[in-house]
Design a protein around this ligand. Structure first.
Ligand SMILES: [Zn+2]
Length: 258
């Protein structure tokens, strides 16, 4: 019991530190920059960030959200992503415990966080993440999360197939591009890790979320959300919901009613 508490604390703190690295990935991958060098620096004055000013969440609070050198504002997104990653490390450890599945699902969720924020910022989902993610996550799921090879294979094929046809038909019918190739690759990657049975759930929940947010945009801002909100983050949110509850939900629907 005692050791479980300590492990939870350690994994949560490690999650915050990983979140700090995810911030670097979100900022640099779309620019095609190295995520290893150079070390973090202030985006405004370029001064390298001292190690004691680089403590996740805490440094942001101590510095009052300002750079020590130029007093330029630091975006609240940095501590937010560190906190988000820490919370997921905590939740995933509670859900999966000290099993081989835990590091696999944690890496998966971290990748989804990076993809969501990049898509949100730039309306792109870098191929370098999804195309390398498809084989990596298929192997991780089969080795550590109990997915069968067939399940992962069908997940990739059906995932890529469904959105490909949705995208092609949508464009043919409306004459404008609704779904990018990035979304197609992303759903294939989700299918690789969660298996083909997850895809209907992920598509339904993400479309529902997208529709609700889209309507809110039209109602409150008076504009078509197609030009404002990308679809990738909704796919990622639905995948995370499935990761936590999917097995139970599907069992609920498929179980014989009395
Ligand atoms: Zn600065």
């Amino acid at each position: 019991m005692f050791s479980t508490v300590w492990l939870t604390v350690i994994f949560t703190l490690a999650g915050a530190a990983v979140g700090s690295f995810l911030n670097v990935c979100i900022g640099r991958i779309p620019e095609g920059l190295s995520i290893v060098t150079p070390p973090s620096h202030c985006p405004q004055c370029g001064h390298p960030i001292r190690f004691y000013d680089n403590i996740p969440i805490i440094s942001f609070l101590l510095l009052g959200g300002k750079c020590r050198d130029c007093r330029g504002r630091i975006s609240f997104r940095y501590p937010l992503i560190e906190l988000l990653t820490a919370v997921f490390a905590w939740l995933l450890f509670r859900r999966f415990g000290l099993t081989p599945a835990f590091p696999a699902v944690f890496v998966f969720v971290c990748t989804l966080i990076v993809i969501s924020f990049i898509d949100f910022d730039h309306q792109i989902i870098p191929h370098v993440l999804t195309l390398s993610g498809i084989p990596v996550f298929a192997v991780l799921a089969v080795l550590f999360a109990g997915l069968t090879v067939i399940d992962a294979f069908l997940g990739v094929m059906i995932g890529a197939g469904i959105l490909y046809f949705v995208a092609v038909y949508y464009e043919a019918l409306t004459g404008r591009e609704g779904m990018g190739g990035g979304d197609v690759n992303l759903l294939a990657m989700l299918g690789a890790f969660l298996g083909w049975k997850s895809l209907l759930f992920v598509l339904l929940v993400s479309s529902l979320l997208g529709a609700v947010v889209g309507l809110a945009f039209i109602l409150f801002k008076g504009k078509d959300m197609k030009y404002a909100v990308p679809f990738g983050p909704f796919l990622c949110i639905a995948a995370v919901v499935y990761l936590f509850f999917g097995g139970d939900l599907i069992a609920l629907f498929l179980s014989p009613r009395i």
